[in-house]
Structure formats: C-alpha cells, structure tokens
Design a protein around this ligand. Sequence first.
Ligand code: PLP
Length: 381
Amino acid sequence: MTEEFLPFARPCISEEAIAEVVACIRSGWITTGPRVARFEQMLSEYHGGRHALALSSATAGLQLALLALDLKDGDEVITTALTFVATLNTIMLAGGKPVLVDIDETLNIDVSKIEAAITPRTRAIMPVHFTGLSVDLDAIYALAKKHKLRVVEDCAQAIGTEYKGKRLGSFGDIQVMSFHPNKNMTTGEGGAVITDDADVIKRIERLRFHGIDRDAFNRFAKTGSQEYDVVLPGYKYNMMDMQAALGIHQLPALQGFIEARTKLAERYLELLKGWPGLDLPQLPTYANRHSWHLFTVRLTDAAGMTRDTFLAKMKEHNIGIGLHYQASHTFSFYRDTFGWQPNDFPKALRAGERICSLPLFPTLTEQEQVRVVKSMKQVLG
Ligand SMILES: *Cc1c(COP(=O)(O)O)cnc(C)c1O
C-alpha cells in the first residue's frame, strides 16, 4: 500500500489562526486574558447573545453545568445509552446517578421512552446531539416543563447544528460545546457552556477558577485589584488565551466547515446507497440542519464480518475508521456499579457493536473519498 494513512478526522487550521497563536505567545499573556474574553464575546454573539463561558474542555463544561444545578446524592440525570463516556462520567462526578434511555433509528435518544424513565429523584435530562444531528428538543423541553426538570444539552458534536430553524445554544436551558481537535471547530482542547441563567453563570465562573470570585486577568492587569475572596473549593478549568487564539479564527470559519462536511456526507450517501452490508445514517422527520460531525454507518449481517474485522481490514488499506461509540452500559465500571445487562438497551448495544465513523473533515478531497469507498467495496466484497 503506497497511499498515505488517511485519518477519520483532521483539524483544519488557517495560517491566520497560527499567526494569532504566535502573536499571543509573543504578547507575554498566554493564559486566560483578552483573547478568551474576545472568544467568549464571539461565542455569545454566535448563540443569539446568550452568555458564553469558555473552559478547558466540554467534559469540564458538563461537570460544572451539573454542579451548578447542585445535585443531591441519589439525584438522577437521564441520558442516552449511546454517547461518549464523558456524558456519564460527569453526571457521577457532579454527584448524580445516570439513568439511561435507549436510542432510536437516528442513533439519538428515543424521546418516546424518556417519560417512563422519570422518577421523583430525576433532576435533569441530558440529551446528546449525536453525530451533529439535533435531538427532538420540543419533546424534551415539554417533558422538562411538565416534570420541572433542568436540561443540559451535550452539544459537544453539534456546534452550528440547527433544530427547526434555530441554532442549538440560541434557546433552551444549558448547552455545552466542545473544541477538541476532532470536533467541527477546535481550540486544541477546549469547551464552552452557553446559557442565560444568571445563577448558573455565576456558579460556573467561580467553579472554573479555584472558587475565586474574580478572574486572574483582573487580578494581574494594571487596572485590576489584587484582592479576591474564595467562596468555595473550585476547579482549574479555565481556557488559555493560546487556545482562544485558535477559536477566534475557527468560529468564523465554522459555517464553511459545515458546508464542506455536508457536501461530503451527501456524496457518501450517494456512493454507498443500497449496499447490503451497510445501514446508512437515518434522518428524522422534523426540520433540522445536520452539522455532520460524524458520518456513521452500521454494518449489517450481510457484511459477513464483525466491525472490528472491518476496522482492521480498512487499516490495511491505510484508512482510519473511528468507533463512536461502544454502548455506555457495557463498560465494566457502569455495568458493575448499576448492574446493567447488555439487553437493557438493545438498540444502543447493537449500534455500538456495528457502528463505524468514515473519514470526514473539511479538507477531505473527492479523490480521497472515492478511495475510502473503493477500499470499503474491496473489504466488504
Ligand atoms: C467529545 C465529546 C465530549 C467531550 O468533549 P471534550 O471537549 O473532549 O471534553 C462529551 N460528549 C460528547 C458527546 C462528545 O462527543
């Protein structure tokens, strides 16, 4: 195989963004400061003027958003059985108990099954907009209103996604974005919480920086005061200016990234249509704009091989296929802690065994995409 290894994801970073990072380093101010402030302002504008808090990761954001809700021991948070483990881990780290609901054909949480999972201990619903496809939020917010629950949307894969003509993060309760390098835009590592709840904003501002009620930039800048108070034992989850330097160039490019991803996804749908060995992504009936963070196919019985064999064979063709994700309830910690059985969430189990993410990133060329499809044809026969 002479062709170069093709990864399933690759960040797309402009020369301007690189120059901004260099300028940040040369400026003498590399941690949280003016570039983070500017990035937060841009994120706020992007989400309809709602408040944006930049953080070290989406995992930090999910944890702090849940901590801000002040969960009591035994409080339950409902989420999907098919997600990245950070979703469940952060529920536990914030003192809650994850309650899982199975998925539907779109791979998102089956909203028709959420109400049956609600108990007197339920405090929040944490939907995940999996692969960049919006969950049916009207149904979720109707349930939240009826049962007086908070909603923390895991938008780690879904910045720029739209639901019924509205951008995620521009409405609703609390949203958490990720800027990990594999995501649709990146700051290296990074994340943000979007909300307009003043109490949640105040709590997260304290929790993200040592429980101090005033950020470092104010303390150390010429105009700031050196005095501060510690109001609770906080974390160290602030974003650095070096990271925000990337973000302030990535956010204006996001629209173009999503358009490029959409073109590629449409071509995959066309090229792979009717293959007996594959189930292609299913779209919901409600209006939405997919941001195509992932293009996931599922192997069918007709593929005649396991997913792991398929991944290994594609690797022989120098093509990286992602695995997003094994069903959450099958990991040993969760299985052992909650006694979950494989068939408790049969659709997530089956999807988790058969799911594969094909290479998809804005600079993937048509030629590279054809190469992926050709290799898949050889491997699947
Ligand atoms: C990536 C991801 C996260 C975590 O994001 P980080 O920024 O890496 O912490 C959480 N949830 C989902 C669904 C993700 O895809």
